[in-house]
Design a protein around this ligand. Structure first.
Ligand code: SPV
Ligand code: MG
Length: 363
């Protein structure tokens, strides 16, 4: 099946039965279910729905990959599958191998449902910060690629890479191929030009948006450069960050999709999700399928279920592992200075035994 809409394929095959998990009765896939019901009615085919096993996709996938060993291609393709299968895909920031392991294994069991992260965000902000550099593209592509590879080496979940504005179109095309070769599932590029500044600075940092034509060209060339059918390019629309309004955001998002973008990331630095939800409503009138990704760093009070209800497909917790690690490290360093010994600091640290055995010595 090449298309998310199975209607044509079903008309060709005219099956007596279609079998599907009942997780699509509500949520993001319910309109696909309706298409199937409508087309089966043309020849009296029957839809059989079996109870869906909650929590299977994350854990089952991980165990399976651990046993068989995952290939870069398998990992690359898994994000697209997860986006199609789940109400929403939950992604967390990573900036080195260790936090890759945390992203991989963090899980909670709540009322019999296992909850975990579906994948990783290799953030420009936290990759740069963890190297003591500003988020201004000062950490070059070679260094970013090396960090990405280190994380991929010790993990199995899909990764989305934050590639700032993608750089020069010619370079972006090379970088798409590099990311695919490593097994990265998606890249997100933002429609800005000029010296790179973090979006959360907003207009104060004198950030400038690219023209629709230039950015669309970059997307279309990136899509032509990719080798596998599964790699995704998300276009990140910065109109709301730069005060350009909803109409501009929607016009751009549509233009980028028409240039070949597989998904849209809409960003905001407001304290509430209102403008993100308004954009999503407008964009969903244009397309029900194109995935939308959001980064609720400033509107952090929003619940995942609110994003799902709005039709958002990917939530990215973009900087939290680094922001959590920094105060803990600073406090420990100050504690040693205050006490002129390390006994008191050790109270808040892992034991030596734990740190020595944290990483297994064999695969
Ligand atoms: C990042 O994590 O680097 C991002 C998201 O691009 S933001 O910092 O909000 O711009
Ligand atoms: Mg970034």
């Amino acid at each position: 099946q090449e298309d998310v809409n199975p209607t044509e394929l079903l008309r060709e095959l005219k099956p007596d039965f279609v079998v599907h998990g009942n997780d699509w009765v509500q949520g993001a896939q319910s309109h696909i279910r309706q298409w199937v019901i409508d087309v089966l009615a043309e020849w009296g085919g029957e839809l059989v729905e079996v109870p869906y096993t909650k929590g299977l996709s994350g854990l089952g996938q991980q165990n399976m990959v651990r046993q068989t060993g995952g290939t870069p291609e398998w990992r690359l393709a898994s994000l697209r599958r997860l986006i199609q299968a789940k109400d929403m895909v939950r992604i967390i920031e990573v900036h080195n191998g260790l936090c890759g392991l945390i992203a991989e294994s963090a899980a909670v069991d709540l009322n019999g449902e296992r909850r975990e992260f579906d994948g990783m965000w290799e953030s420009s902000l936290t990759d740069s910060t963890s190297k003591g550099k500003p988020d201004t593209s000062a950490v070059d592509v070679t260094s970013r690629t090396s960090t990405i590879d280190q994380i991929l080496e010790v993990t199995h979940k899909p990764m989305i890479v934050d590639a700032d504005n993608g750089g020069l179109t010619e370079h972006f095309c090379f970088n798409v191929r590099t990311l695919e070769r490593l097994g990265v599932s998606a890249v997100i590029i933002e429609d800005k030009v000029g010296p790179k500044r973090n979006s959360l600075f907003g207009q104060d940092a004198g950030q400038q948006q690219d023209t629709i034509e230039e950015f669309s060209y970059k997307i279309s060339q990136g899509k032509k450069a990719q080798v596998t059918p599964h790699f995704m390019i998300f276009a990140r629309v910065e109109s709301l960050i730069l005060g350009q309004g909803q109409e501009d955001a929607l016009t751009r998002a549509i233009a980028y999709v028409e240039a070949g973008a597989d998904g849209i990331m809409i960003h905001s630095k407001e304290k509430t999700p209102d403008e993100i939800l308004e954009f999503t409503k407008n964009f969903r009138a244009y397309s029900k399928e194109i995935p939308i990704a959001v980064v609720p760093s400033t509107y952090a009070s929003v619940y995942e279920k609110e994003l799902i209800a709005a039709g958002i497909n990917v939530v990215i917790y973009a900087n939290h592992l680094l922001r959590a690690a920094f105060p803990a490290m600073k406090k420990t360093a100050e504690n040693i200075l205050q006490n002129e010994r390390c006994l008191e600091a050790a109270e808040n640290c892992m034991s030596i035994k734990e740190i020595l055995t944290l990483i297994p010595e064999s695969v």
